[in-house]
Design a protein around this ligand. Structure first.
Ligand SMILES: [Zn+2]
Length: 371
């Protein structure tokens, strides 16, 4: 059992102060002043891209995409494998225990480091021609904490036939949708309609479809999502960094009861993998853009929680208590550090991961090779 004693503020359905909390897990005792929160879901990232962080900067989207894909094509299998390990570890450090990662060669993941990973074919690469048999083979030997998820890069890069194949698998699907204005125009040119409507026409608008970015979608498309199913994944920092952000329709999504998740997107377009930072940024950006603070209270962000526990320690004796302390935690996340992360009774942090030192060496050699 993990015993946490002291002045503890718990963020679960209600907020209260308690003196001792017990969490199932290895024997451990903590004493002090802490915030206890559920662990976080990073609803969209591209884990191995951690190796590319900082390499292509201050570019507009299309130039960025071209340059980053050129460098990415130089990544070898062992480098992608190391990128998965390092990317997962960085998510753990941020308190994230469930990660949706859209990236090729998902079968190279050897260990989830205790997190739950949503992995599966990314329908963008030649080697995925035989998507179904590859996925079946992976499912037989996958690490235990992997949940199969299909990923489609976008409507303008993946042929219609591939989308129809994915529909038949009936697995959760993530697709980049309406990230840029140009993308919407391109899809209209290709299929004569807006992206969400095209997905609906193909039978892919359903509850387990997650539409990532959605910065250029219409109210009509939102009505369709609320009727047919689907959720949005907001990636505020990434959209701002690449200057692609049209207007994420958070208020309109809330009005239609459309679930909204938060994703960091890749460590290149976000740099960090902190969902807490993204929540803060999303709330501030929404208040600023709508000129309205009221709908964007921290209560609306319940979709970001997983089933683990994270214990956070203030960096100094902050005086706020209860809900005021939670508010400070969300709007000033850098004032709190992760003390403990637990999922399924296992301590994910602090913990020694022997595979890390090898992965860091591979990363270093990769940087030396390409820069
Ligand atoms: Zn993405």
């Amino acid at each position: 059992m993990i015993s946490i004693k002291g002045d503890i503020t718990v963020w679960n359905e209600d907020i209260r102060e308690v003196k001792e909390v017990l969490i199932e897990g290895d024997d451990m005792e903590l004493e002090g002043r802490f915030i206890l929160t559920p662990s976080f879901v990073n609803a969209h990232t591209h884990l191995p891209m951690i190796l590319l962080r900082g390499i292509v900067e201050a570019r507009n989207f299309w130039d960025w995409l071209r340059e980053i894909q050129e460098i990415e094509s130089l990544m070898r299998r062992k480098e992608i494998r190391a990128g998965y390990t390092l990317g997962i570890y960085e998510n753990i450090l941020m308190g994230n225990t469930r990660i949706y990662s859209m990236y090729k060669k998902y079968w190279l993941v050897e260990d989830t480091l205790g997190t739950t990973l949503h992995l599966g074919p990314v329908s963008q690469e030649e080697s995925d021609k035989d998507v179904i048999s590859l996925l079946e083979r992976f499912m037989k030997r996958k690490p235990s904490d992997v949940e199969p998820t299909l990923y489609a890069h976008s409507l303008y890069t993946i042929p219609k036939e591939r989308f129809l194949e994915m529909r038949e698998l009936r697995l959760p699907l993530q697709v980049h949708v309406s990230e840029t204005k140009e993308e919407v125009l391109r899809v209209k040119e290709m299929y004569g309609d807006y992206p969400v409507r095209v997905l609906h026409r193909w039978g892919l608008l359903r509850d387990n479809t997650m539409l990532v970015h959605a910065g250029w979608i219409t109210k009509g498309e939102l009505d369709l999502i609320s009727m047919e199913g689907g959720s949005l994944v907001h990636t505020p920092v990434s959209n701002h960094k690449l200057a692609t952000h049209g207007f994420f329709p958070w208020k309109e999504a809330l009005e239609r009861s459309i679930p909204v998740y938060i994703g960091t997107d890749s460590p290149v377009t976000n740099d960090g993998q902190s969902i807490r930072d993204d929540i803060r940024f999303a709330l501030l950006s929404a208040r600023d853009r709508y000129w309205d603070a009221e709908p964007f209270h921290i209560d609306i962000i319940d979709r970001v929680f997983d089933d683990g526990w994270a214990v956070w320690e203030p960096l100094y004796p902050i005086r706020e208590r209860g809900k005021h302390l939670i508010n400070t935690f969300i709007f000033a996340p850098h004032l709190f550090r992760l003390k403990l992360l637990v999922k399924n009774g296992n301590i994910l942090y602090p913990r020694k991961y022997p595979q890390l030192s090898h992965a860091f060496r591979v990363w270093e050699r990769f940087r030396d090779r390409i820069i």
